[in-house]
Write a protein that binds this ligand. Structure first.
Ligand SMILES: [Zn+2]
Length: 134
């Protein structure tokens, strides 16, 4: 996974998510009133419409909800194959991150595998990727 990823446009709502990796933290927006997690991050809670929303560092662990293997090199410097997965976070109910599973062969990944976050820093953005845990 060495290619240059598309850079997200940082704003006050999503900055904590994209830069938390600098401190090793996976920050997910959480409502201070109803406790709901909001992803992608927004300034208003999607459950109770509260504006009392702030970044919350979650454990960074989860399970593979579903995945696919990409064999097509969409960019010149892209290493294939690689796994595109949807990861369900352990401690942020309802939050699923679309990400990559790294540091293992593509055929070692399966649904329900426990994973933990690792960060790929590119140009001031810490992309949350996941590797198999244990
Ligand atoms: Zn709320």
């Amino acid at each position: 996974m060495t290619w240059t990823r598309s850079r997200p446009r940082l704003d006050k709502d999503n900055r904590a998510f994209w830069t938390g990796g600098a401190e090793g933290k996976l920050n997910i927006a959480k409502c201070g009133d109803c406790g709901g997690f909001i992803h992608p991050p927004r300034e208003i809670c999607r459950f109770c419409l509260s504006e009392n929303v702030a970044p919350h560092a979650v454990a960074g662990t989860g399970v593979v909800d579903t995945y696919t293997v990409n064999y097509q090199a969409w960019a010149k410097d892209m290493d294939v194959p690689f796994v595109i997965a949807r990861v369900k976070l352990d401690d942020a109910p309802g939050v699923y991150l679309t990400t990559n599973i790294v540091n293992c062969p593509v055929d070692a990944v399966d649904i329900d595998d426990p994973v933990r976050v690792v960060f790929d820093e590119q140009d001031g953005v810490w992309f949350p990727l996941f590797e198999k845990a244990g």
